[in-house]
Ligand binder design. Structure first.
Ligand code: 13P
Length: 246
């Protein structure tokens, strides 16, 4: 399966910084053996739509509304994202679950909205440190994925899944390749029970992935790519992760 490397810029960037980063990223796309995307803050999607059209770098958003349209001040709909060439949309990132109280049901509905608009949701699951230490990792990620499976039925094979242990995000601590593989294997089995096309779902690892640890993580059987935060803001670091994905 072709790997997928996604940069999640989170709430970073500016018109000038984006121009410089994209120019550096697009320098040698012919060398890429994997699919690559960047998920940008909503105000910059128009800028990136223009600069990425026709390139090998795909565009993603970081969130979308659970509603289709209407009186929902501040929200951005799937249809609006689609108009700006958005191919992927992160849903259920732990920062949204934590700071915006997004429930499993909300995340599942957002995935449904994305799929209905022809956008591939990148559904994030992952346990906190307390949950890992209490031995609840499998139970937590299975519950989070179950809600998405329940709401999306056989379309589940159209999603991208990302395992992001919350304790590894922005902390410099990564799950070891074996720890990550174990969880990815559990998630794969759950997808297989839900869809006969589960093997085509790419399961990304996210959480302090960098140029130094990417190769070992990406060598695992069920790790099909990465969701990169901090290292996605520097072209050289991001490109070395891309180079490790083949
Ligand atoms: P870091 O790579 O900065 O740990 O962030 C990971 C992440 O949350 C990507 O969505």
């Amino acid at each position: 399966m072709k790997k997928l490397i996604v940069g999640n810029w989170k709430m970073n960037g500016s018109l000038d910084a984006n121009t410089a980063l994209v120019a550096a990223l697009l320098q040698d796309t012919q060398a890429w053996a994997c699919d690559v995307a960047v998920c940008a803050p909503a105000p910059y999607l128009a800028q990136l739509h223009t600069s990425l059209t026709g390139s090998r770098l795909d565009l993603g958003a970081q969130d979308l509304s659970v509603h289709e349209s209407g009186a929902y001040t501040g929200e951005v709909s799937a249809a609006m994202l689609k108009e700006f060439g958005v191919r992927y949309c992160i849903v259920g990132h732990s920062e949204r679950r934590q700071y915006h109280q997004e429930s499993d049901t909300t995340v599942a509905l957002k995935a449904q909205r994305a799929l209905a608009a022809g956008i591939t949701p990148i559904v994030c699951v992952g346990e906190t440190l307390a949950q890992r230490e209490a031995g609840q990792t499998e139970e937590v990620v299975k519950r989070q994925l179950a809600a998405v499976v329940h709401a999306n039925g056989h379309c589940i094979s159209e999603i991208v899944l990302a395992y992001e242990p919350v304790w590894a995000i922005g902390t410099g601590k990564t799950a070891s390749p074996e720890e990550a593989q174990h969880v990815h294997h559990v998630l794969r089995a759950q997808l297989q029970a839900a869809s006969q096309h589960a093997d085509r779902v790419r399961i990304l690892y996210g959480g302090s992935m960098n140029a130094g640890n990417a190769q070992a993580l990406l060598a695992q059987a069920d790790i099909d790519g990465g969701l990169i935060g901090g290292a996605a803001l520097q072209a050289a670091a991001f490109l070395s992760i891309v180079a490790a994905a083949h």
